[in-house]
Write a new protein. Structure first.
Length: 372
């Protein structure tokens, strides 16, 4: 029978992700709107976003936070174009975004001393191949595969190269080993449900040292510049962004950061996301028609949860359409390059009660689609 109780919030998209519980535009401080981002007020708002990010993420002393254009993609491209080329690079990819970074390194930057290590959807590559004297590029959480890195033991503490990590669907949902990460990028439209177009880049002191001692051999667009004349462009990390940011998006991000603080900080946000995954794990254990795409529990993402079903591709599409039409779950089809299945976001902005309400509908939609 068709369930009677629907999720109060049917937004389970993996990006942009759902807003925090209780979100309201009326709660935003709009005093910076219509003002220059370079005004005293504008810079103060951007600086607050930077300092609160560092505080809530519990970054080590000396790590720098910058707000950059182009979402996580922009932040990653800035990092790769600005930092790579000094030494060989090892790229690890197991889903579409990691494969994109590998392609950019090979086809755009044309780095000859680059090695690529890949794994199919649902698995991780062999991280033991990483060399301590090479730069390393990888994602922390495969947003399109539902597979995350489960530890950073493979990253040498005595490394000479830099680690460049795309962590857009992990930051604020997973505990990040900052001492192992030299460059980390994310966009606040993922885990915190912020608005699009802005990225965040976090640099370790080692990354700053590389920027101030190495100049790439290729032309650099102004929008990618992190250093000039052998010095870090400090403004990026002090609220003077490279191009004009949306102050409305910044206010929205500040609202999300305050919410994280109000619920108990980073550890509370991580715990909430992990508790949401547990609801799905129990459901999968009780039903033989659905399983995680991740091949083992220890690498299963607790944000972008990807499922494979005992169903044809057309039946999966029918399930997605049924749930959308019923107003139960929006935007939960698998990523276009991933195997046919479902992808349901369960980060901290998603309420556990909504996931619990969704589960009977998943069963109903599956039975309806496969019986047709």
């Amino acid at each position: 029978m068709k369930p009677s109780i629907k999720p109060a919030n049917p937004n389970f998209s993996s990006g942009p992700c759902t807003k925090r519980p209780g979100y309201s535009l009326a709660a935003l401080d709009t005093s910076s709107l219509g003002r220059s981002h370079r005004s005293k007020l504008g810079k103060a708002k951007l600086q607050l976003a930077i300092t609160e990010t560092a505080r809530l993420l519990e970054l080590p002393e000396g790590y720098r936070v910058g707000i950059v254009p182009g979402s996580d993609t922009g932040a990653m491209e800035m990092a790769m174009w600005s930092l790579l080329g000094e030494r060989p690079v090892d790229v690890f990819a197991w889903e579409s975004f990691g494969s994109g970074w590998a392609s950019d390194i090979a086809k755009q930057l044309k780095l000859e001393a680059a090695r690529s290590f890949t794994a199919p959807y649902g698995q991780l590559p062999d991280f033991s191949q990483a060399k301590a004297d090479h730069d390393v590029v990888f994602t922390w959480n495969g947003t399109t595969s539902g597979v995350k890195v489960n530890n950073a033991d493979w990253i040498s503490d005595a490394r000479i190269g830099l680690t460049i990590c795309d962590a857009t669907s992990a930051v604020f949902a997973m505990q990040m080993p900052w001492e192992k990460l030299d460059v980390t990028t994310f966009s606040w439209q993922k885990v915190l449900g912020g608005e699009g177009a802005h990225g965040v880049i976090i640099l370790s002191p080692r990354a700053v040292a590389r920027l101030e001692s190495y100049t790439p051999p290729w032309p650099m667009p102004k929008i990618f510049l992190l250093a000039k004349g052998g010095k870090l462009i400090e403004g990026i990390f002090e609220g003077a962004t490279i191009n004009t940011p949306s102050m409305l998006c910044v206010e929205d991000y500040l609202d999300a950061l305050k919410w994280v603080d109000d619920i108990g900080g980073l550890s509370a946000a991580v715990a909430k996301s992990e508790a949401n995954l547990k609801v799905f794990s129990d459901f999968v254990a009780e039903n033989d028609w659905i399983d995680f795409l991740a091949e083992s529990a220890d690498i299963c993402s607790n944000t972008s949860v990807c499922f494979q079903l005992k169903a044809t591709e057309d039946q999966v599409k029918a399930i997605v359409k049924l749930l959308d039409a019923e107003g139960v779950a929006y935007d939960i089809g698998a990523y276009r390059d991933a195997p046919a299945g479902l992808r349901v976001w369960c980060g901290a902005t998603v309420e556990q009660s909504d996931i619990e309400a969704l589960l009977p509908w998943l069963t109903w939609a599956y039975q309806t689609a496969t019986a047709a």
